[in-house]
Design a binder for this molecule. Structure first.
Ligand code: ZN
Ligand code: ZN
Length: 200
């Protein structure tokens, strides 16, 4: 089991007892966060965010808590052209609803009518903790470019020898010659009279 990062988990028991519209502001943060949530990105399993930092405002609505805020982090990525690992600073926004699972006054499970179900909402734990890990991961993942580049004008790898062209040109000849012309050229060179020697 993953140990919860205390800087992304907040106890909201007190806020749940306060009048509608009450809010709290929190700084959020984590030194490291694995972005291993299920996602369409095949590389998300290996992605790691460092220096996660941001802030949120949590507001009490009639049934839910509304979390709004922003988060930034450095994410280790692989350049899609030259395959070099690099760190990209990214910024994401948070806006999520959190539903209580246990009534803070009675301690009983919260029952919801079918028409009150919100599949997109997150749950507040039975001990009234609100865990921002999931939304923070999502916010950072959607902020990532689909084809990361170590720099805008990355020269990429040579398609012939695989050399990193950012470090300078490789020894490969530009592939502009056609093999058939190459054969012809060799032939005509051999057919040319040598000339040398005749002048002696
Ligand atoms: Zn690159
Ligand atoms: Zn090359």
């Amino acid at each position: 089991m993953e140990t919860p990062n205390t800087d992304l988990v907040f106890n909201v028991a007190q806020l749940l007892k306060e009048p509608l519209g009450s809010n709290r502001k929190f700084d959020i943060g984590a030194p490291e966060l694995r972005l291993s949530e299920q996602t369409d990105r095949p590389d998300a399993e290996a992605l790691e965010a460092r220096g996660v930092a941001g802030n949120v405002k949590i507001t009490r609505l009639s049934k839910d808590l509304l979390v709004q805020g922003k988060v930034s982090a450095d994410v280790r990525l692989e350049c899609s052209r030259c395959l070099t690992a690099f760190s990209l600073p990214v910024e994401g926004r948070l806006e999520e609803n959190y539903q209580p699972t246990v009534d803070v006054d009675t301690g009983r499970p919260v029952r919801r009518e079918a028409d009150e179900e919100d599949d997109t909402a997150f749950s507040i734990s039975p001990n009234h903790e609100l865990d921002l890990t999931g939304p923070v991961r999502q916010a950072l993942l959607v902020a990532l470019p689909l084809k990361p580049l170590c720099r805008e004008d990355c020269a990429g790898l040579c398609p012939q020898c695989g050399a990193d062209l950012n470090e300078g040109p490789c020894d490969c000849q530009p592939d502009t010659t056609d093999d058939r012309w190459e054969a012809l050229r060799e032939l005509s060179l051999q057919d040319l009279p040598t000339g040398d020697g005749n002048l002696n």
